[in-house]
Design a protein around this ligand. Structure first.
Ligand code: ZN
Length: 399
């Protein structure tokens, strides 16, 4: 019989009965604020995860599982796909009843994934010594006991979890290890293959990543998963919003303003989450290069190229649109080559390509709500300093 913690109901009952809720020898002080009574809500889980799985997760989130048991439960999440699935189903139910447990769970998840990836990629053990530390991101040379195939298999579940639950990529260290893993596999010509029929949000969150290798991997993977329909769009709306809100503040021109917005978002979110207390509101700096305007717009282009017409309509014209994309494109097209960073000039073509993609799919609807006359827009673009600069550059290249 399986002895998994999360996917085996008999084990959950056993662990719960054995659980030492007195707090002695537990992993940490739960600080549960006297809300034990909420456990009864979990019995309503109908057709989803078992009520015991939700109870087990509640005890885990509050730090009430003894250390050894908590570590064993975490280990199951690394090796058993059913456990991982049951854990996240239970998580959704738990957080709908007890949203205040989101932050402690998030921190536990980050620490768990960090520990797993460090162990796999840097040869560090799973002991307490590496938990929560800031050890390196460049230890790729450290010897690992795993062969390529074993490494690929071992990274499967942690990577799939990060791509499915994209908030885990908001942490700079977990994201850095994810990239290390991708590079390691790419370097031996065994690129990481996503094993899912669902469009995983984390893939799209990597479209503007500073590393070209990561961006290419994300685009190829996303293309394999097919175009984004309107239903997909609503599933991915949080991540797409996170990517596009960048244009509202424009860190390429206003880096200080963007820094202030990131700090404000962290405070609103509770501030206790270190690198990742930003939820999926603003794109953190490790997921894009604020000095490279071009690569950001190339990422937006990649995203737009995958949207079906109806999804694009929701993005641009929906009541909950994520950013004023058309205005941002116009602003980029009209920028002078001397505005802001030196790379602004090169953002011209990808921004223009974004506009062409929108016009191709939506036609005149693109101008809806902007009171823009297409003829005037055309003249604005062709008379902009960036356009003239680009035309001159093309002429010189063919002289
Ligand atoms: Zn299991």
């Amino acid at each position: 019989m399986s002895t998994c913690h999360w996917c085996t109901p008999q084990q959950q009952q056993y662990w719960l009965q054995c659980g030492d809720d007195s707090g002695a020898s537990t992993r940490r002080d739960g600080g549960d604020e006297g809300e034990d009574d909420a456990d009864t809500d979990d019995d309503d889980a109908d057709g989803g995860p078992s009520a015991d799985a939700v109870r087990l997760l509640r005890a885990y989130a509050r730090g009430r599982l003894p250390e050894r048991r908590a570590l064993a439960a975490e280990e199951d999440l690394q090796y058993c796909r059913d456990c991982l699935s049951e854990y996240h189903s239970a998580r959704a139910i738990l957080l709908s009843a007890s949203p205040h447990l989101r932050q402690p769970l998030w921190l536990l998840e980050e620490a768990r994934v960090l520990r797993q990836l460090r162990s796999l990629l840097q040869g560090t053990g799973g002991g307490d010594d590496c938990r929560g530390s800031d050890r390196g991101g460049d230890d790729i040379e450290l010897v690992t006991a795993y062969s390529v195939m074993e490494l690929q298999a071992s990274l499967k579940l942690p990577f799939m979890e990060m791509l499915q639950h994209a908030h885990l990529l908001l942490n700079k260290d977990t994201c850095s290890l994810f990239v290390q893993g991708l590079e390691r596999l790419q370097g031996v010509h065994h690129p990481f293959k996503v094993d899912s029929d669902d469009k995983l949000p984390g893939i799209y969150l990597l479209f503007t990543h500073p590393s070209e290798m990561v961006r290419k991997w994300a685009l190829l993977t996303a293309r394999e998963m097919g175009r984004i329909s309107r239903d997909d769009y609503y599933d991915l709306a949080e991540v797409i919003g996170c990517l596009l809100r960048v244009v509202d503040i424009n860190p390429f021109i206003n880096p200080d303003l963007y820094s202030a917005a990131l700090e404000a978002a962290a405070e609103v979110d509770g501030g206790g989450g270190g690198n990742s207390s930003l939820a999926l509101m603003l794109l953190p700096r490790h997921l894009f290069d604020p000095t490279n305007h071009k690569s950001y717009w190339l990422g937006v282009c990649m995203l737009l190229s995958l949207l079906e017409e109806q999804a694009m309509e929701s993005l641009l014209l929906g009541v909950d649109r994520k950013a004023d994309l058309v205005q941002a494109i116009m602003h980029t097209l009209e920028m002078s080559p001397t505005d802001g960073t030196a790379s602004n000039i090169s953002a011209f073509w990808p921004a223009l390509q974004c506009l062409m993609l929108l016009l191709d799919r939506l036609g005149s609807k693109v101008w809806g709500g902007h009171s823009m006359d297409p003829i005037q827009v055309f003249h604005k673009v062709t008379s902009s300093a960036s356009y003239q600069h680009e035309v001159d550059a093309v002429r010189l290249a063919h002289w």
